[in-house]
Design a protein around this ligand. Structure first.
Ligand code: AMP
Length: 416
């Protein structure tokens, strides 16, 4: 009996790791530059955190959560996203009252029971930032600038920023009526999900991808024509800051995002190199979420990006990202050579060098092939003669240059 990984959840194998570590390092570097501190909330939370925070009427809560009872019958959920967890943590640890302005980032796995396809899986990884405690439109733009800077650091082009404002709770109440009036004549011809959304939350209809529903959605009125004066002013200020920074964007009046906690600014960064699942990241303001999760009314803004999708784009651009290379490979022939190799390897590793041998003790040809596979920068072959003389040849693999060296850890460490 053999086992396969669970559908939609896959192994990230060693030959892909170079992309992951490169991406994680870039995220950490950008977070440092912009002043965001890392937070690592747990993967499992009380189900209610998400049903309240993300919203009962969203697909994520409605259809996609991995929810299970624990041994005492409490309902727990594998997190489908991290904003609700970060905000819970912010409130739980008193940040909300003691130090209400916080800039945080996270990296980690998320779980959604969706149909697996290219760029969409059931366990996937997100990185994200959350800036909590200010309503200033400059902060919305800082968060967007974090996203742009990361893409720039990774050398990615072909991207566009879709931007919209969905206003405050009052604006959305009014906009829901506008949408219901728009869809009413045709709702019977639209999909079952849209019919449910029509009653529960017609904003969700705008996200529907069904071909039969698209024509009705395409000529629906946009959110930004239905903003109150304060929200319209905030949106204008966000655009002005973006213009000042030279960050380009396209206004998409139907962009509403799939999670209920958003208010005012919403955005997505899409890549022309990804097929149907083209959103690299999405985010926006959530000015009521802290209050909804039991904290004092505190505004916030953030985004989350999918790491698998970013790696898809990265790997197409940089087909063979150089993996890590080892400093030295010790090829051993015979018993004495082997003993010396093991001894030297351990001493050299203690000095901080990366050193390896062939534990399968194969032919010299196979050992040299392994040295190449590991990207060894230097090679020493240790046989009986070297063991007797306590000297060997060290080869610098890139240049092919060889020289004589004493078989002593300090001498070797100085040479590599
Ligand atoms: P969301 O949390 O739904 O706003 O999604 C933010 C980003 O996470 C998206 O733009 C995607 O890049 C990524 N993402 C969301 N769901 C998935 C999934 N099932 N598989 C892979 N990436 C995902």
């Amino acid at each position: 009996m053999t086992y396969e990984s669970v559908k939609g959840m896959r192994d990230i194998l060693p030959d892909e790791i170079a992309y992951w570590t490169k991406l994680e390092a870039a995220i950490r570097d950008i977070a440092r530059r912009f002043g965001y501190s890392e937070i690592r909330p747990p993967i499992v939370e009380h189900t209610e955190l998400f049903s309240r925070g993300i919203g009962e009427a969203t697909d994520v809560v409605n259809k996609e959560m991995y929810t299970f009872p624990d041994k005492k019958g409490r309902s727990l959920t594998l997190r489908p996203e991290a904003t609700a967890s970060v905000v819970r943590s912010y409130v739980e640890h008193g940040m909300a009252t003691q130090d209400p302005f916080q800039k945080l980032f996270y990296i980690g796995p998320m779980f959604r029971y969706e149909k697996p396809q290219k760029g969409r899986s059931r366990q996937f990884h997100q990185y994200g930032v959350e800036a909590i405690g200010s309503l200033d439109p400059a902060l919305d733009v800082e968060v967007i600038a974090v996203a742009w800077s990361l893409m720039h650091a990774l050398g990615l082009g072909g991207l566009s920023l879709r931007l919209n404002s969905i206003g405050c709770a009052g604006d959305r109440e009014h906009y829901r009526d506008v949408l219901r009036a728009h869809f009413a004549p045709n709702i019977a011809s639209m999909c079952k999900d849209c019919q449910r959304r029509y009653d529960e939350n017609p904003l969700r209809i705008l996200d529907c991808k069904e071909r039969t529903c698209r024509p009705y959605i395409n000529d629906a009125p946009g959110t930004s024509d239905h903003l109150c004066a304060d929200c319209a002013k905030h949106f204008a200020a966000v655009r002005a800051h973006l213009d000042r920074l030279g960050l380009s964007y396209v206004i998409d009046p139907h962009l509403v995002r799939g999670l209920d906690y958003y208010t005012r600014t919403v955005f997505e960064l899409v890549s022309s190199d990804l097929g149907a699942q083209d959103a690299l990241l999405g985010g926006g303001r959530y000015d009521s979420l802290v209050g909804m999760l039991g904290g004092p009314e505190t505004p916030g803004v953030g985004f989350a990006g999918g790491m698998e999708r970013l790696i898809l784009v990265l790997s197409e651009k940089e087909a063979d990202l150089a993996g890590s290379r080892i400093d030295l490979f010790l090829a051993a022939l015979g018993e004495e050579g082997w003993d010396i190799a093991i001894g030297l390897m351990n001493e050299l590793r203690r000095t901080g060098l990366s050193v390896d041998v062939d534990y399968r003790r194969r032919s010299l040809r196979k050992q040299l092939a392994l040295a190449n596979k590991l990207g060894a920068r230097h090679l020493i072959v240790l046989g009986d003669e070297e063991a007797t003389k306590k000297r060997a040849r060290i080869k610098e693999m890139d240049s092919g240059e060889e020289r004589d060296i004493e078989l002593d850890a300090a001498a070797i460490a100085a040479a590599v």
